[in-house]
Design a protein around this ligand. Structure first.
Ligand code: G1P
Length: 289
């Protein structure tokens, strides 16, 4: 299976930080966000990945390219651990890039991958979502797709006041974690939200989605929304939701990024203890909590 990683958005929620730097390259401890996404795909057995980029996104390509000069500096300096941290990046997977020239929304970004994807089911993994889970979340969806043959999207329950930031599902429970979707709404007001079960940013879709994107007019925010195209696909083919096992870190805005960094850093095997110690001392001094 191929994966599409849309990474073309402006990242306006991070300005001024993302004026010239892609939000997908924001650091989370020692790696850019998009490296976590690519690694999740690779851990799920996906070797063919298409990243949809745009202007100001060239550092994404550079990050996954070889740097012979840096490699030789690290090699000559005997800095093996650092060398290992960059060594495999260029052949993690077959990475392909396509540019979305005009930022017309998430649905339009996914549409740009249609020639590369062809007539096969494929995964979509948002470039700003990290998971920590035993089984990669995209693999959980691939397994559901393998046994049902249907499009399936990762879902997560979200607190009432937060549903307005998500695509929200109207869905009926079929079995543990598995739901039949009846409708999808992009970023509804809390009163309009059909439930608290939200679209979590990972999808396995049939290629029928491309025709549905063609039929989708701009919606929320004047953009071609993937959720609106999914709505059409659901009507034509039906669609499942999978309440995934694991924890999702949303790097979609500054509070999400800070919280994710902090939580992952506190739990980090190398840096965690020092940070915990620092927070304890800081609290003793300044009584933050
Ligand atoms: C996108 C999708 C939305 C989904 C969310 C998950 O929104 O449009 O349906 O719930 O990702 O993070 P965005 O966060 O890009 O505005």
């Amino acid at each position: 299976m191929k994966a599409v990683i849309p990474a073309a958005g402006w990242g306006v929620r991070f300005l001024p930080l993302t004026k010239e730097q892609p939000k997908e390259m924001l650091p989370v401890i020692d790696k850019p966000v998009i490296q976590y996404v690519v690694e999740e795909a690779v851990n799920a057995g996906i070797k063919d990945i298409i990243i949809v980029t745009g202007r100001h996104k060239r550092t994404i390509e550079d990050h996954f390219d070889r740097s012979f000069e840096l490699e030789s500096i690290l090699k000559n300096g005997n800095r093996k651990a650092l060398l290992d941290s960059i060594n495999g990046l260029h052949d993690l997977a077959d990475l392909h890039y396509v540019r979305q020239h005009e930022q017309r929304g998430l649905g339009d970004a996914v549409y740009h991958a249609r020639h590369h994807v062809g007539d096969e089911p494929f995964a979509v993994m948002l470039g700003d979502t990290i998971h920590v889970s035993e089984v990669p979340v995209v693999k959980q969806l691939m397994d559901v797709h393998a046994r049902t043959g249907r499009s399936v999207i990762a879902a997560e329950r979200v607190a009432g006041d937060k549903v307005k930031d998500y695509g929200v599902l109207d869905a009926v429970r079929l079995e543990d974690r598995l739901y039949e979707i009846r409708d999808l709404v992009e970023k509804p007001s809390p009163e309009e939200a059909p439930s608290d079960l939200c679209i979590a940013g990972t999808y396995v879709l049939t290629p029928g989605i491309f025709e549905c994107i063609e039929e989708t007019s701009p919606g929320y925010n004047g953009e071609v929304q993937l959720t609106d195209a999914l709505r059409l696909l659901q009507r034509k083919e039906g669609m499942l939701a999978w309440e995934f096992e694991g924890k999702r870190y949303d790097i979609g805005d500054i509070p999400g990024w800070l919280n994710s960094q902090f939580e992952l850093a506190l739990k980090h095997p190398v840096y965690g203890e020092r940070l915990r110690q620092h927070v304890r001392e800081l609290n003793d001094r300044e009584h933050l909590f």
